[in-house]
Design a protein around this ligand. Structure first.
Ligand SMILES: CC(C)(COP(=O)(O)OP(=O)(O)OC[C@H]1O[C@@H](n2cnc3c(N)ncnc32)[C@H](O)[C@@H]1OP(=O)(O)O)[C@@H](O)C(=O)NCCC(=O)NCCS
Length: 150
């Protein structure tokens, strides 16, 4: 993800999420440091994107979305796998994310990729209010980290 992608991504965020990231917030994923963003594009249209921040041995997937007309082509899974490999290369042992339990496509995606439920944050989402389901995936076979969500 580069800064030139952020206007398109901010537009997708507004169309898809009730609490969208702004262009400025998305810039955080393009600035290096401890965050990174990835896109799938054809040079003009961003079809899919995802963001992640990482610190110490943990990576946090911050957002992921695919334009409606490009869904069910494996793009989200590809973005997730790229972010996981990037996290591993930076020393992360586990990836963590949160999702609305009612978001069946997203919960199915994460489950297929090996994420397991690790907890609930009551009223973790607003607009509309909903609990947040925390899911986690162990990325390495290191000595520490989560195993089977524990
Ligand atoms: C969730 C989302 C990112 C999935 O993107 P996608 O590119 O269509 O997903 P993929 O094609 O990579 O699908 C991978 C797997 O996820 C699951 N999945 C994806 N969409 C699904 C759906 N509508 N219903 C059920 N399972 C689904 C399936 O297991 C799928 O594997 P399969 O196609 O072999 O059955 C997309 O629907 C989206 O952008 N939703 C709106 C934004 C959003 O909710 N983001 C997540 C916030 S936590």
């Amino acid at each position: 993800m580069t800064l030139s992608d952020t206007p398109q991504i901010a537009q997708i965020e507004r169309e898809v999420f009730s609490d969208p990231w702004s262009e400025r917030s998305l810039g955080y994923l393009c600035g290096g440091g401890s965050a990174v963003g990835a896109v799938i594009d054809d040079g003009v249209i961003v079809a899919a994107y995802g963001g992640m921040e990482y610190a110490a041995d943990e990576a946090h997937i911050t957002n992921i979305a695919v334009r409606p007309e490009y869904r069910r082509r494996g793009y989200a899974a590809a973005v997730m796998r790229f972010l996981e490999e990037f996290a591993k290369s930076r020393g992360a042992e586990r990836a963590i994310l949160d999702v609305r339990p009612s978001n069946t496509p997203a919960v199915s995606l994460y489950t297929k990729l090996g994420y397991v439920p690790a907890g609930i944050v009551p009223h973790g989402y607003s607009h509309p209010s909903e609990n947040a389901l925390v899911m986690v995936k162990k990325l390495t076979e290191g000595p520490s980290g989560w195993k089977d969500g524990q």
